[in-house]
Write a protein that binds this ligand. Structure first.
Ligand code: DGJ
Length: 730
C-alpha cells in the first residue's frame, strides 16, 4: 500500500513539474507583434506563436501544445523547436549541428534559464539552452524594439569539451509558419544590376538564398528577403515577414516547407566550406538577424525598418549627410593636383558639401594608373600629386568644401610593394595557379598582423591628415583562391574569420575615429548589411546610375534601408536622359554628383544648384522622414514615391514617367502619410530655369485628406520625364 502511495505521489509531483514546465512561456513583444516561446514537457524550447500581440495572458494556455510527451515519455509529435538541433526527431533542416570530441554528431538542447532586461528602444531577452549529454551550451538573444515592431536576434554557441568541436550548422535563429501559401520575394543581381526583385511560391522542399563570394558578398544575392504569408507580397496589404541578416560575408537563408506544409526560415552564415573548429570555452557568435512582421504589406514594414535603422543601428543614423562631388565617372584614373583643384571649385559652384577623390591617387613603385597595380601601397603617387593629401585637403578647404578620399584597404594587386614584402598576407593557394578578379587578391584578414596593417592604413591617413573628412571604402573582389596561409589546417574558418577580421578593424577604427563618415562600397552595392552599417554611415547602391535603372535599384534597397543610408549620384550614364531627370532620381537618396560641370549647359548648372538647395531644404522629409512607395516601376510605366517629415509639416513627391505607352490611361497619384486635417501648398520644384510648371496643382492648396484620397495628376505620356512637388503645410 505504502509503495502505491509513494508511487502516486511521485507521479503527481512529476505531473506538477511537467505542468510547471509547460506553463513556462517566454514572451518577446513589440507594441504590435510578439513571438511566444514555450518550454515543453520534455524540457525543450518551442515556438508557440509568432504574430499579432495577444492581449490576455490567460489565453496562452490555450495555444496549441508545442509538443506533448507520450505516457512512456517519448515525444509523440514533432514540435517547432526554436533552435532545432541535429540528430533529433525532427528530420528537417536544423539550426545547429555539432560533431563532438567522441565523433557523435547529435546535440539535444534543453532549457536552462532566461531573463529579460530593458535596452535602448526595447527589451533584450536571453535564453540559455544546454545539451544533457555534452557540455555544449547555446544562448539565444532577442531584442524586441517596441515602437518600430522590429526584432533582432542572434545566438551564441560555446562548449567545454576537452578538444575543439566541429560546427557544421550555426543558424542565427529559426522561425516557423503555418499558412496555406508562402510567397518569397528575393533581391538578386550582379554588377550594375543590384536588387532585382522577383517572387515565387514556395513548394515542399528547400529554397536557399545564399552567397559564396566571401568579401564582395552580396554581388549576386542581397542579404534580405520578403515572405508573403498566405499570398504574394504586396505594398499595402497582406501579412509579410521582412528579414535581413547582418553579415558581410557568405550568408544563407533557407526556406523549407516540410511534410506537414509548415515553413521554417533559417537565416545563417553559409556553412559552405566552413566546418568550423570551435575551441573549448570560446564563443561562436552568429550574425544578427533583423526582422519585422507587417500585417499590412511591405510599406509599413519598410518604414519600421527604416525608422529602426536610423534610431538604433545605422552609424550616425540621426545625423546629417554630406552632399558631394565625386570624380570617378568623370576622370577615372586620369587626374593631377590641378585637375582636382578645379573639380573642388566645381563642387563649391554646385553647392555641395564635399569633394570626394576616388581611385587612382596612390602607389609609387607601381603607381595606380589603372586597376592592374598599386593596391596595398597607400602612399600618394608623388609624380601625380606632389603635395600629397595635405595639398588636396587644403585646396578643398580653400574652395570651401570638405575633402573625402577613396580606399580599398582589404585588397592587394600582385604588382605592389605590399605583395612583394608580404606574399604570405594574401589569400591564395600554395599549390595551384592563382586566378584573379579585377587583377587583385584579397588580404588574409584572419591574420591579426594583417588586421593591424589595414587598421594602420586608415589610421595613418586620418592621423597625418586632419583635413580628411570622409572615406569611400571599396571592396571590388570576392575572396578568390580560397586558402588562408595563416589558418593552416583550420581552413574551415576562413570565410567566417575573414569577416570577423574586417569587423575587428572597423571596430578599432570606430573606437579611435568615432565621427568620420564613411561610405561602404563594393563594386557598386555588393555590401549592404546591417552589421557593416554599424560602422558606415551610408552605402553605394550601384555603379549603374542610368536613371531608369536606378529607379528600380533604389526601389529595391528602400525596402530595407532608409534613404540617408543610400548614396545616389548624378552621372553621365545614359546621357540621352535630361540632367533634370537624372538629378530628380538621385534626389530620392543621399544626393551626390559625379560628372564634370563642363558637360553642363549654364541653365543645367543653375538647375543643379537649385536642386541641391531644394534637397537640403527637404532633407527633414527625405533623410529623416517616412517614405511611402506609391507607384511601383515593377507594375506600370511610371514610378512615384513621397516622403513626409516627422511632424508632417513638409512632404516631397517624386514622380517619373518611365516608358509610357501610346494613349495610355493615366491616374492621379494619391500621396500617403500626410495629416488629413491640415492644408498643404503644392509647388513644383526642380524646374529647369526659364520653364514653368504645367501641372494644374502647382501653387494650389489642398487638404491632406484630398491629397491622400483624390491625389494629383503628375504623370504624362513622354518617356524620361520627372516632377518633384514640394508639399508644405500652411
Ligand atoms: C567600384 C566602385 O563602385 C566605383 O564607384 C569606383 O569607386 C571604382 N570601384 C574605383 O575603382
Amino acid at each position: 500500500m505504502k509503495v502505491l502511495v509513494l508511487a502516486a505521489m511521485l507521479a503527481c509531483s512529476a505531473m506538477l513539474r511537467a505542468e510547471e514546465a509547460v506553463q513556462k512561456f517566454i514572451r518577446i513583444q513589440t507594441d504590435d507583434t510578439e513571438l511566444i516561446l514555450q518550454v515543453a514537457e520534455n524540457g525543450r524550447l518551442y515556438q508557440s506563436w509568432f504574430g499579432e500581440r495577444l492581449l490576455h495572458e490567460s489565453d496562452l494556455r490555450n495555444l496549441p501544445w508545442a509538443v506533448r510527451a507520450g505516457s512512456d515519455g517519448s515525444v509523440s509529435r514533432r514540435g517547432w523547436e526554436v533552435y532545432s538541433s541535429s540528430g533529433n526527431e525532427d528530420y528537417f533542416e536544423p539550426a545547429i549541428a555539432v560533431t563532438h570530441n567522441d565523433g557523435n554528431p547529435s546535440t539535444w538542447l534543453y532549457y536552462v534559464s532566461s531573463h529579460s532586461e530593458p535596452v535602448k528602444g526595447g527589451t533584450h531577452t536571453e535564453i540559455t539552452l544546454r545539451d544533457d549529454q555534452y557540455p555544449v551550451e547555446v544562448t539565444l538573444h532577442y531584442v524586441a524594439y517596441a515602437e518600430e515592431n522590429v526584432f533582432k536576434t542572434w545566438s551564441e554557441i560555446r562548449h567545454h569539451e576537452r578538444k575543439p568541436v566541429t560546427l557544421t550548422r550555426y543558424a542565427s535563429t529559426m522561425l516557423y509558419f503555418s499558412r496555406p501559401e508562402y510567397w518569397l520575394t528575393e533581391f538578386s543581381g550582379d554588377w550594375a544590376r543590384e536588387v532585382q526583385m522577383s517572387s515565387q511560391q514556395l513548394r515542399p522542399g528547400k529554397k536557399i538564398l545564399d552567397t559564396k563570394l566571401g568579401s564582395r558578398a552580396a554581388m549576386h544575392m542581397h542579404p534580405f528577403f520578403e515572405l508573403g504569408l498566405g499570398a504574394p507580397v504586396r505594398e499595402d496589404e497582406g501579412e509579410v515577414l521582412m528579414g535581413t541578416i547582418g553579415w558581410t560575408g557568405n550568408f544563407s537563408m533557407t526556406f523549407e516547407v516540410d511534410n506537414a506544409g509548415n515553413l521554417r526560415v533559417i537565416p545563417a552564415i553559409n556553412p559552405y566550406a566552413s566546418a568550423y573548429s570551435l575551441d573549448p570555452d570560446r564563443v561562436f557568435t552568429t550574425p544578427e538577424f533583423v526582422f519585422t512582421l507587417s500585417p499590412d504589406g511591405t510599406g509599413p514594414g519598410s518604414r519600421n525598418l527604416q525608422a529602426w535603422a536610423r534610431k538604433y543601428q545605422l552609424m550616425d543614423g540621426k545625423g546629417s549627410r554630406m552632399t558631394l562631388l565625386n570624380n570617378w565617372e568623370n576622370t577615372g584614373f586620369d587626374f593631377d593636383q590641378e585637375k582636382l583643384t578645379g573639380l573642388m571649385h566645381e563642387a563649391a559652384a554646385l553647392g555641395v558639401d564635399m569633394f570626394l577623390l576616388d581611385d587612382g591617387w596612390f602607389g609609387n613603385k607601381y603607381p595606380r594608373s589603372n586597376d592592374r597595380a598599386g593596391l596595398g601601397d597607400w602612399e600618394v603617387t608623388r609624380t601625380k600629386l606632389p603635395g600629397g593629401i595635405k595639398a588636396l585637403s587644403d585646396a578643398a578647404s580653400d574652395a570651401g568644401v570638405k575633402f573625402g578620399i577613396w580606399i580599398e584597404p582589404e585588397m592587394v594587386n600582385p604588382k605592389s610593394e605590399l605583395f612583394e614584402k608580404h606574399p604570405e598576407w594574401v589569400i591564395r593557394y600554395p599549390n595551384r595557379e592563382t586566378y584573379y578578379y579585377r587583377n587583385q587578391l584579397v588580404l588574409d584578414l584572419c591574420n591579426p598582423a594583417v588586421q593591424d596593417y589595414v587598421f594602420g592604413v586608415v589610421d595613418r591617413i586620418l592621423s597625418e591628415n586632419p583635413g580628411v573628412a570622409y572615406f569611400k571604402w571599396d571592396c571590388n573582389s570576392p575572396v578568390t583562391n580560397i586558402y588562408s596561409p595563416y589558418l593552416k589546417d583550420r581552413q574551415g574558418q576562413l570565410y567566417i574569420d575573414h569577416v570577423r577580421g574586417v569587423y575587428n578593424v572597423l571596430a578599432r577604427l570606430r573606437e579611435k575615429w568615432p565621427d568620420v563618415p564613411m561610405m561602404m562600397c563594393s563594386g557598386g552595392g555588393a555590401r549592404c548589411d546591417y552589421e557593416a552599417l554599424k560602422y558606415f554611415t551610408e552605402f553605394w547602391c550601384s555603379d549603374n546610375t542610368d536613371p531608369f535603372e536606378r529607379i528600380y535599384i533604389q526601389w529595391g534597397f528602400s525596402h530595407f534601408f532608409p534613404a540617408k543610408a543610400m548614396c545616389a549620384h548624378v552621372t553621365g550614364w545614359n546621357r540621352s536622359t535630361s540632367v533634370k531627370f537624372r538629378t530628380d532620381v538621385a534626389s530620392m537618396c543621399k544626393l551626390g554628383f559625379d560628372l564634370g560641370l563642363d558637360e553642363l549647359e549654364p541653365e543645367e548648372l543653375e538647375y543643379c544648384r537649385a536642386a541641391v538647395a531644394n534637397w537640403k531644404r527637404f532633407s527633414p522629409a527625405i533623410m529623416d522622414g517616412e517614405q511611402y512607395r506609391l507607384v511601383s516601376p515593377y507594375e506600370c510605366n511610371h514610378a512615384a514615391v513621397n516622403y513626409v517629415s516627422a511632424d508632417r509639416s513638409q512632404a516631397i513627391l517624386f514622380a517619373y514617367d518611365l516608358h509610357p505607352r501610346y494613349g495610355e490611361k493615366l491616374f492621379p497619384v494619391r500621396m500617403q502619410g500626410l495629416d488629413p486635417d491640415r492644408m498643404y501648398r503644392v509647388e513644383e520644384i526642380n524646374l529647369m530655369p526659364g520653364t514653368r510648371s504645367r501641372l494644374a496643382s502647382d501653387g494650389q492648396a489642398y487638404s491632406g485628406d484630398y491629397l491622400m484620397k483624390v491625389g494629383l495628376d503628375v504623370f504624362g505620356t513622354l518617356s524620361g520625364v520627372s516632377h518633384v512637388l514640394a508639399v508644405t503645410a500652411l
